[in-house]
Design a protein around this ligand. Structure first.
Ligand code: PDD
Length: 280
């Protein structure tokens, strides 16, 4: 079955879905998005993703009138049409189509797009060996808690990481760790979990929330507080988290081994627990 799109209320083959060149998403990156994973035909943490979508829309004053029940019905239909049981649902909302003026247009309605694509797991080798990351200055704006379409600093940093032979870049702002280009990060020190506290400088990841819940339920110490770049080097284990990567061990930081250079036990256990959660 081909990948499919949903555009302002209509389903169509992905390659036939087009928007105007005057769409403000195209002109200004004036919009927001979400990425939701479907495991075994079931949406993972849909309510959390939807409420973050609503918060992002509200934060940039895009009126979103679709109710949770309607989103769910559209997504159900998309999943049925696509027939994928392992799927990545991408939702994007822009301020709509209007002649290019910085001021918000008065009468435009938002452009709403969803895509349904088959989701393949990451190559097992990445999980077995762990990935390398580099640190880079966080050149982004001051409201990274909004899941906005403006990802230029993120893609430049991801590209730079790739060219340096790394999987991901971790952003550093004023000596403190914020997050990855499309992931959050967790440090393990003496079995305790440590992660940058939520703020305007990072996205409140849905995976982050799920993993911290799992850790707390397991009786682990969890600290959410500002994290210094130096602490990355001192960690026993490091891992990335996010919708597409789940729980992914980091075994190299700026070319140096993390721990003994292989995925740590706490990380591996958390990965298993997280995968079990996605199968519930
Ligand atoms: N990215 N931080 C950033 C900057 C992100 O872009 C993402 C997700 C995360 C993790 O959030 P979550 O656990 O809710 O997926 C953190 C998505 C997957 C993307 O841009 O494709």
């Amino acid at each position: 079955m081909p990948n499919i799109a949903w555009l302002n209320g209509k389903f169509l083959p992905l390659e036939e879905a087009t928007v105007s060149i005057e769409d403000r998403g195209f002109q200004f990156g004036d919009g927001i998005y979400e990425v939701i994973r479907v495991y075994g035909g079931k949406l993972f943490r849909f309510d959390e993703h939807l409420s973050r979508l609503a918060q992002s829309a509200q934060a940039i004053s895009i009126p979103l009138t679709i109710e949770a029940k309607e989103w769910k019905a559209f997504i159900r239909e998309g999943l049925e049409r696509s027939t994928y049981s392992a799927c990545k649902v991408y939702i994007q909302v822009t301020r709509g189509v209007a002649p290019r003026e910085h001021l918000f247009p008065e009468t435009t309605r938002p452009t709403i797009v969803m895509t349904f694509r088959e989701m393949a797991d990451l190559p097992t080798q990445l999980n077995q060996q762990g990935v390398s990351v580099i640190t880079l200055p966080d050149l982004r704006w001051a409201r990274c808690s909004i899941k906005s379409l403006n990802l230029l600093p993120n893609i430049l940093a991801k590209q730079q990481a790739n060219e340096a032979g790394a999987f991901e870049a971790l952003f550093i702002k004023d000596g403190m760790v914020t997050e990855g280009t499309s992931s959050n990060v967790i440090l393990v020190k003496d079995e305790a979990f440590l992660t940058p506290a939520l703020s305007e400088q990072l996205l409140a990841g849905v995976t982050r929330q799920a993993v911290l819940e799992l850790a707390r339920n397991d009786g682990k110490v969890v600290e959410e507080r500002p994290v210094k770049e130096e602490e990355l080097k001192q960690a026993d284990e490091l891992f990335l988290i996010g919708t597409t990567i789940e729980v992914l061990p980091i075994t190299k930081l700026n070319g140096a081994s993390v721990g003994n250079g292989t995925p740590g036990e706490v990380t591996k256990q958390m990965r298993e627990k997280f995968q079990a959660l996605t199968q519930v």
